[in-house]
Write a protein that binds this ligand. Structure first.
Ligand code: SF4
Length: 329
């Protein structure tokens, strides 16, 4: 995918992690740049065209090694809920993804100074001496990038030695075998976002099929990971009840609910500025043509539909024996 052209910030051109990635990518051309934003923030570029010609940018993050969690995400009961951005943009292209409205281009930025991110969190924990929940890179799919840089491995190793830290790695990737050499602790949560087959096929281009993702869930459980299932965003249609009940029956026929640490659920929602921008960029998905309501700068279904969908799925999960259900509403 990235065989043709790779952008590299000059300051990391000679770093060993840069050399390792280049060995994997074998690009035909390298362009050296001063700062990743020169490419990521290009204006007058066509987002969807660039997605078809997505480039990789190797960079070093100088600051902002973590952020306070957004009000759009559940905090899982933690006082300190943070996330970081080890990479920007994603290999996948889910049509409902806010990343399309967040950056000018879809080019993939990988920050190779992962140890600086780890050191910053270590320092935060020492200063506060309290537990922290850290979502690793919501703005990408980190396990899908593990083939290029071992982000997940390095963070799991760090978390294994830091009991005050709980990390969540959320993914649609099925490449769980890349973590085979790692022994996870209970403070590592591997969170698999799953969608009904109809939704995956229609709205989640490039992602592995539901069947492959369920196999990955089973492997992760066998490996000893704490596994969370994330059913978010749920997409409304007149047949959503039959779609989601069939999906949950299928899932829990194969995965025992007693092996699931938690399930997180939420319906489609998006910051209204991102929504407008994505539509303007030419995304013609029917996702962007529904008659939504706007509340607190957030686009979503009406409160009645949101409540109905959440209750419907929550009831099924309770009947299946899932006790730990996190709801975003
Ligand atoms: S996997 Fe996640 S980050 Fe990647 S495109 Fe889909 S929703 Fe966005």
């Amino acid at each position: 995918m990235f065989k043709h052209l790779v952008y590299i910030e000059e300051k990391i051109a000679r770093d060993s992690s840069t050399k390792k990635i280049l060995e994997k990518l074998q690009p035909s051309e390298i362009v050296y740049i001063q700062h990743y934003k020169e490419v990521l923030n290009q204006t007058n570029s066509h987002w969807l065209f660039n997605k078809e010609h997505q480039k990789i940018i190797l960079a070093k993050r100088e600051s902002e090694f973590y952020y306070k969690g957004s009000y759009l995400t559940p905090t899982f009961g933690f006082k300190h809920f943070y996330y970081n951005a080890l990479a920007i943009n994603c290999l996948f292209h889910c049509e409902y993804c806010y990343l399309q409205g967040m950056y000018n281009t879809p080019h993939l930025v990988l920050f190779l100074n992962n140890q600086d991110f780890i050191n910053a969190i270590q320092q935060f924990i020492h200063l506060n001496n309290e537990k922290i929940y850290l979502a690793l890179s919501y703005d990408t799919d980190l396990l899908a990038l593990e083939q290029y840089y071992p982000y997940c491995k390095e963070w799991i190793q760090f978390a294994n030695n830091e009991p005050r830290l709980t990390i969540e790695i959320r993914t649609k990737s099925h490449q769980i075998d890349l973590l085979n050499t790692i022994q996870p602790n209970d403070n590592v949560i591997l969170s698999f976002t799953l969608s009904p087959e109809e939704i995956q096929k229609k709205y989640e281009p490039f992602t592995p099929k539901l069947e492959q993702r369920i196999i990955a869930v089973k492997k992760a459980i066998d490996k000893g990971f704490r596994v969370m299932i994330c059913i978010d965003p749920m997409i409304y249609s007149s047949s959503y009840q039959s779609i989601y009940s069939k999906f949950l029956d299928y899932l829990f026929e194969q995965v025992s609910p007693k092996h699931i640490h938690a399930v997180s659920i939420g319906v489609f929602r998006m910051n209204k500025d991102f929504f407008k921008r994505i539509k303007k960029n030419g995304n013609n998905s029917d996702i962007y043509y529904y008659n939504y309501e706007i509340e607190n700068k957030m686009v979503s279904y009406s409160p009645d539909i949101r409540r109905e969908m959440i209750m419907f799925v929550q009831n099924i999960l309770t009947q299946k024996g899932i006790k730990n259900i996190h709801i975003y509403d």
